[in-house]
Ligand binder design. Structure first.
Ligand code: M6R
Length: 604
């Protein structure tokens, strides 16, 4: 996730670097700073780490400056390179802009600005903001930024510095956090509190649509109408380590709480008039219309996301979708023709087995579409097309928010392909748009209840996760999460398979996690739960709220809100992540860095 830091009121260039260092934990691929002196703007930005930026700045580090803005970038629009790094500038090189988020309508804005004579040098969406501020600037920077943001659709936290405006810097937010503070001499703004708390613990979290004007030692908050608003100051108690995690104990739980935002970011700019628009697939419509087979290749959690894609796509229309783990697929003698689409899913884009499978597909003349979170990763370079999940970097080794982001993008992809075949599902599109809010409410209302359930199961050594249909992959993923972070044996099965063997494992020491939401397989799941109960297993059932049918037959329940059945995998996924997290946390394990595991599996 990108990071923003800025201050005004005097200091050294090096302090911008120090601010960025405290944002490094968020993950990034490039970094840059901007400051002004005597009406001239200085910008230094590079791919790579903040320490490399520090080396580039060298003797400038000790320079005295009045104000500056700084940024760590996690690429979303445009590959990681020096030109695409932030700050971005206007035509005159007077205005510097740093930005977190996604400007949905940047292409239209860019076309309009180009027609008005503005010259663009980067592939970023951010650059339009610099040119918009240039367009509206008439001596009043706050007013120019205010007008610029009125033109923007999408999400943003932005910081703006103008070489001719010595005494202020401006920040604005919509759906991407910004925090402001002042210590009497200087004032500061950042994308989270981490770089601020060494200066002051009394901060203001900007709200959506608000702008902040920072001057030396003071700041004012404004609505987008320009009206000044009162500050709501909050006192931060966290130390810096806790602040990196937003006050959460581990990155994993922080990242689970980010899932509603991840769904919303994955959807941003990809829905128009109740239809899915995937600009990334431009030029592929004719090919996709003639596809009669989809092969999905992936590993681990990404493989489970692929399985859910299969069930969802088949619910839209009968279709030949095969999902295979990459480490098997790469050795198969697969038949690929011009009517085959291969989807390679990889959060990191660097998983060796998936890359080898992609090589196999390409050697047989097949086309590969990547679903990844890392712009410019090997997978995206090896594939013809990529749809990014835009989840921001995932720091905890166990994949949580990236999985939810993958599901979101895969649902969009399924709807997009189905639309090309003549399908039309405005109801599904609408329900996806509502999902961030539903997911947010679910997490807020259930986290304590799931912790309570988990606390009863901390002592067990074996778990069986079961589900049917689209919730069968959720059982696999739930079991994987528990294994990874709590080192507990957990197996996932199609509930219908129990009687063919696995049921022999069950007794009072082998709890069952069963997904029995209100879908067309609910009655079958009820029977399976009764079968497990008859073997004395303790059952934790994931149910739809209000369902009391199984009250006497289960030990514990996790309730989900009533949803269209295809949406349950999102919340079941989150519920199982929370369960695994709380079991591991109660055992005091190294949750973010489980033993024997790596975030990016680059070996075969
Ligand atoms: O980066 P990828 O999505 O290709 O990674 C695939 C798996 O290695 C990954 O999902 C792994 O299973 C995670 N540790 C899951 O939490």
């Amino acid at each position: 996730m990108c990071g923003i830091y800025g201050f005004i009121g005097g200091g050294k260039v090096e302090e911008l670097i120090n601010g960025l260092k405290k944002l490094e934990y968020r993950g990034y691929d490039s970094a840059g700073i901007a400051f002004a002196k005597n009406g001239e703007l200085f910008v230094e930005k590079h791919t790579g780490k903040v320490d490399q930026l520090r080396e580039h700045l060298n003797s400038d580090l000790s320079k005295r400056i009045n104000s500056g803005i700084a940024h760590t970038r996690w690429a979303s629009h445009g590959i990681p390179n020096d030109l695409n790094a932030h700050p971005q500038m206007d035509c005159q090189h007077k205005i510097a802009v740093v930005h977190n988020g996604i400007i949905e309508n940047y292409e239209q804005l860019k076309e309009t600005l180009k027609a008005e004579g503005h010259v663009f040098v980067s592939q970023t969406d951010t650059e339009v903001v610099a040119h918009l501020v240039e367009k509206y600037f008439n001596g009043d920077l706050l007013d120019a930024v205010r007008k610029a943001i009125l033109d923007l659709d999408g999400t943003y936290a932005i910081g703006v510095l103008h070489a001719d405006v010595k005494d202020e810097i401006i920040f604005a937010r919509r759906k991407s956090p910004l925090v402001v503070t002042a210590d009497g001499k200087r004032s500061y703004c950042a994308s989270d509190v981490t770089p601020l708390i060494s200066s002051s613990r009394d901060v203001v979290f900007l709200e959506d649509g608000q702008l902040a004007r920072l001057v030396a030692g003071e700041y004012e908050i404004f609505e987008s109408s320009g009206k000044s608003v009162a500050k709501t100051i909050q006192h931060i108690e966290w130390d810096e380590k806790a602040a990196e995690k937003g006050g959460y104990k581990h990155f994993m739980i922080k990242e689970i709480h980010e899932e509603p935002r991840v769904i919303s970011d994955a959807i941003t700019g990809r829905i128009s008039e109740k239809k899915v628009v995937l600009k990334e697939l431009k030029g592929w419509d004719n090919y996709l219309k003639n596809v009669n087979k989809i092969n999905v290749i992936a590993c681990g959690t990404s493989y489970h996301a692929g399985l859910i894609f299969k069930y969802f796509f088949e619910s839209l229309r009968p279709f030949n979708v095969e999902v295979e783990v990459s480490s098997e697929y790469r050795y198969r003698n697969v038949l690929i023709d011009e009517h085959t689409l291969t989807i390679a899913i990889s959060q990191s884009g660097e998983t060796a087995d998936t890359l080898e499978s992609v090589g196999l597909v390409k050697s047989r003349g097949g086309k590969v579409l990547a679903i990844s979170n890392v712009v410019g990763s090997t997978l995206t370079r090896e594939s013809e097309k990529t749809v990014y999940i835009n989840a921001g970097p995932e720091i905890s080794v166990a994949s949580t928010k990236a999985y939810i982001g993958q599901l979101t993008v895969l649902y969009l992809l399924a709807l997009y392909i189905d639309e090309l075949f003549g399908g039309n599902h405005p109801d599904i599109v609408e329900s996806l748009q509502k999902l961030p809010e539903i997911a947010d409410n679910f997490i807020i209302s259930s986290v304590e209840a799931i912790k309570e359930v988990a606390s009863k199961y901390v002592g067990y050594e074996n778990f069986m996760y079961i589900g049917r249909g689209i919730n069968y992959p959720s059982a696999l993923e739930g079991a994987l999460k528990l294994k990874e972070i709590s080192y507990t044996n957990a197996v996932g099965y199609q509930a219908g398979e129990l009687k063919h063997g696995p049921i022999a494992l069950l007794d009072e020491k082998f709890p069952v996690m069963a997904v029995a939401v209100n879908d067309q397989l609910y009655n079958k799941m009820m029977s399976n739960i009764l079968e497990t109960k008859a073997r004395n297993a303790h059952v934790v059932a994931v149910l739809t709220e209000g369902d009391l049918n199984l009250k006497e037959s289960i030990n514990d329940a996790i309730f989900l809100p009533k949803l269209p059945s295809y949406l349950y995998p999102f919340l079941v996924g989150t519920a199982f992540q929370l369960f695994a997290y709380h079991v591991a946390d109660a055992r005091d394990l190294n949750i973010d860095m489980p033993r024997n595991l790596a975030k990016s599996v680059t070996i075969e």
